[in-house]
Write a protein that binds this ligand. Structure first.
Ligand code: DHB
Ligand code: FE
Length: 280
C-alpha cells in the first residue's frame, strides 16, 4: 500500500528561485537561509520518496479571478512551469502520475471533498519554487507529483479547519492506494507576509514561531483560527499558511519534528522549513 513517509513545509518566495538559478545559495546573504534546507535534502536523498503531493496555491496563472476553485487536483501527465512574470527559468515540467491522482480524486470526492479535476494544469512559483529548493540540482525531477491547489487569493477562502480536514481525507486517500509507494506531502507558502495595501511589509515573527511549534504539537489549535485571525496575525498573503494545515492533516495525530528552521526576512516574507514524520 502507499504510505506517507513524511511532511515538509516550505515558503515559495520567487526570490528563492532566482537565488538558486543565479548560483547564490552560498552567498553570505543567502547561506543562512539555504542551510536550513540541508537536513531536509539529506532526508530526501536517504528516503527517496516516489511521489510528492504538493499542496500549493496558484497566483493567477492557471486560475484567475473569473474562475477559481476552492480546491483543485491535477490529474495530468505533466505540469509545465509557466511563471514568466517573476523571471524564473521554466525548467522541465513536473512529472505527473494520473493513476494516483485519479485514485485520490475518487477517494476525496467520496469523502465529501468535491474537488475540481484538472487534466491540464500549468504551475507557477507557488509550486515550482518549493520543488527547486528541495531538489535544487535536478535536471530531471526525481519523483512524480500530484498538485493540490488551494484558493488563497479570492475570498471567501477555505477555513483552516476545512483545510485540516481535507488533509485528513487526503491521508486516508493515500493510505488506500494499493501500490507500494512512498509519498511525501509538501505544504507550501507562508509564513507571515503582506505584499499589498496599508500593511504591506508586515512580518510577524512571534506568530510564525508559534505556528512552527503548534503545527507539530497542537494543529487542532491552529485549525480553530479563522481566516480573519490568520490575515490579522500573518498578513493578507500569510493566509497561505492554510496549506500547511492540509499537509499536517494528512499525517498522524502524533508526529516527530525531524527538522525546523526559520529565516526572516526573505524578500518580504518570514520563511519557515519543517520536516515531520509520523511518530508511530
Ligand atoms: C513573495 C511572497 C509570495 O508568497 C509570493 O507569492 C510572491 C512574492 C515575496 O515575499 O517576495
Ligand atoms: Fe505567494
Amino acid at each position: 500500500m502507499a504510505r506517507i513517509v513524511g511532511g515538509i513545509t516550505t515558503s515559495h518566495i520567487p526570490a528563492i528561485g532566482k537565488a538558486i538559478q543565479g548560483g547564490k545559495s552560498n552567498d553570505p546573504d543567502w547561506k543562512p537561509f539555504f542551510d536550513g534546507y540541508l537536513p531536509v535534502r539529506a532526508w530526501l536523498d536517504a528516503v527517496k520518496p516516489d511521489v510528492a503531493v504538493v499542496v500549493y496555491n496558484d497566483h493567477g496563472l492557471n486560475f484567475f479571478l473569473d474562475q477559481i476553485p476552492t480546491f483543485a487536483m491535477g490529474a495530468a501527465k505533466e505540469y509545465p512551469n509557466c511563471d514568466s512574470g517573476w523571471g524564473l527559468d521554466e525548467g522541465p515540467p513536473a512529472r505527473g502520475t494520473p493513476e494516483l491522482s485519479w485514485h485520490l480524486i475518487e477517494s476525496l470526492v467520496h469523502d465529501e471533498f468535491d474537488l475540481t479535476m484538472c487534466q491540464e494544469m500549468k504551475v507557477d512559483h507557488g509550486f515550482m519554487v518549493p520543488m527547486s529548493v528541495l531538489w535544487p540540482h535536478a535536471t530531471e525531477w526525481p519523483l512524480q507529483v500530484v498538485p493540490l491547489a488551494v484558493n488563497t487569493v479570492q475570498h471567501p477562502l477555505p477555513s483552516p479547519a476545512r483545510c485540516y480536514k481535507l488533509g485528513k481525507a487526503l491521508g486516508r486517500a493515500i493510505a488506500s492506494y494499493p501500490e507500494d509507494l512512498k509519498v511525501v506531502v509538501i505544504g507550501t507558502g507562508g509564513m507571515s507576509h503582506q505584499l499589498q495595501g496599508e500593511r504591506a511589509g508586515l512580518i510577524n515573527k512571534p506568530f510564525d514561531l508559534m505556528f512552527l511549534e503548534k503545527i507539530a504539537s497542537d494543529p487542532e489549535a491552529l485549525a480553530r483560527l479563522s481566516v480573519r485571525d490568520l490575515v490579522e496575525a500573518a498578513g493578507s498573503e500569510g493566509v497561505e499558511l492554510i496549506m500547511w494545515l492540509v499537509m499536517r492533516g494528512a499525517l498522524d495525530d502524533k508526529v516527530a519534528t525531524i527538522h525546523r528552521h526559520y529565516h526572516v526576512p526573505v524578500s518580504s516574507t518570514g520563511a519557515g522549513v519543517l520536516l515531520l514524520e509520523n511518530a508511530a
